[in-house]
Design a protein around this ligand. Structure first.
Ligand SMILES: NC(=O)c1ccc[n+]([C@@H]2O[C@H](COP(=O)([O-])OP(=O)(O)OC[C@H]3O[C@@H](n4cnc5c(N)ncnc54)[C@H](OP(=O)(O)O)[C@@H]3O)[C@@H](O)[C@H]2O)c1
Length: 339
């Protein structure tokens, strides 16, 4: 009898907020391994905000997640069987293994999987600080904001996978760093553990005026760089404190991922302050990944890059954990342990 592979499919598209019924857990037989293929046992699945966008059908920078197929997603795992010479049983690998226990990969296709050395660094870190979120932080900070020492950098979703790295990279470059996060516990972590100069609990501020006042006291010299993960009122408040020639790295706008309107109330500030606002998609900048990963690995092994993970247990927990990520229930990089 063939082995079964538990997996989660997207079975309907959400209208507004996703619900667990958009997903279905199935057990399908594993296909036989062909020449050139590798079988990987996924150990950790990464849950990421971009998955919400792919659940929609409309036009975007990436293809929609197809219905009735395994949910796409980054994974780290161990090669369980190989019919491709470059990979051997027991190799630790990073791949887009999806929401499932096992994945079969065509190893001769460029970029389909990549060996990672998990002897010194925990395997899960290759999905977070030493993976796509870490490189995202690096790209937006280094290539778009490019902070000078003494400048002030603000980052939203500061305790999260991307935001936490942004702040630590900015501190390493001598900037003053101010985070925005939801709740006292996250703010305490951002300041005390990650070493940000200040962190504002945006949930304590009901409107732009109040948040803007909090930013004024946390950023007495104004804001030179903003790493945007959220959008909406938070962006408006930051814009109201932005300095001339400030730079904004438009990384994500999670406040609008379920279709909520997130208008920008004062776009004239872009002109008045001669601001640079640049959006980016990290997977379109593969050329910088080696440089970014080199710096991130060096900081991590020197103990200068800290990270935190929210690990939910078992494949069946993935839909709830994903919905939680969109509501800020995660505290650090959201993962699912699959083994
Ligand atoms: N451009 C790219 O290539 C790229 C690549 C990776 C990620 N991203 C973007 O980067 C951002 C952060 O991703 P991540 O993986 O690091 O996620 P994350 O920060 O680990 O988790 C998401 C966080 O967003 C905050 N959040 C959720 N809903 C919110 C709302 N309505 N208003 C304000 N904050 C809200 C929550 O933190 P609080 O509890 O603090 O509110 C939540 O913990 C996302 O926007 C993502 O789409 C972009």
């Amino acid at each position: 009898m063939k082995s079964l592979n538990p997996q989660i499919h997207l079975v309907s598209r959400p209208v507004g907020e996703p619900v667990v019924d958009n997903f279905k857990l199935l057990e399908l037989p594993l296909p036989d391994l062909q020449d050139g293929q590798v079988l990987v046992r996924n150990h950790f699945l990464s849950l990421d905000p971009y998955m919400r966008g792919r659940m929609n059908e409309g036009k975007s920078y990436a293809q929609p997640q197809p219905l009735n197929q395994v949910m796409l997603g980054g994974t780290v795992g161990v090669v369980a069987a190989s019919k491709y010479a470059a990979y051997a049983e027991g190799d630790t690998v990073l791949t887009m293994g999806g929401w499932q226990h096992f994945c079969v990969l065509d190893a001769n296709q460029r970029g389909s999987l990549q060996k990672v050395d998990a002897r010194q660094i925990p395997l899960s870190a290759f999905l977070g600080a030493l993976g796509m979120p870490g490189v995202t932080a690096w790209y937006g900070l280094v290539k778009i904001i490019a902070p000078k020492p003494e400048e002030t950098v603000v980052v939203s979703a500061a305790s999260g996978a991307v935001g936490s790295v942004v702040g630590q990279l900015a501190k390493a470059r001598g900037a003053r760093v101010v985070g925005l996060a939801g709740g006292a516990e996250k703010c305490r972590y951002v300041q005390e553990e990650l070493g940000f100069d200040a962190c504002i609990d945006y949930k304590q501020h009901a409107d732009v005026k109040s948040l803007s006042a909090a930013l004024k006291s946390a950023c007495p010299d104004g804001i030179d760089g903003y790493f945007e993960n959220v959008g909406g009122q938070i962006l408006d408040a930051v814009m109201s404190r932005a300095n001339p020639f400030s730079r904004v790295a438009m990384c994500g706008m999670i406040a609008g991922y379920n279709g909520e309107p997130i208008p920008m109330s004062a776009p004239q500030l872009i002109l008045i302050n001669r601001m640079k606002i640049e959006g980016f998609i990290v997977t379109e900048h593969l050329d910088v990944w080696p440089e970014a990963l080199k710096e991130l690995a060096a900081l991590l092994t020197a103990g200068r890059l800290k990270f935190r993970e929210s690990v939910s247990e078992g494949l069946a927990s993935a839909p709830e954990a994903f919905l939680g990520l969109l509501k800020g229930r995660n505290f650090g990089k959201q993962l699912v342990r699959l083994i």
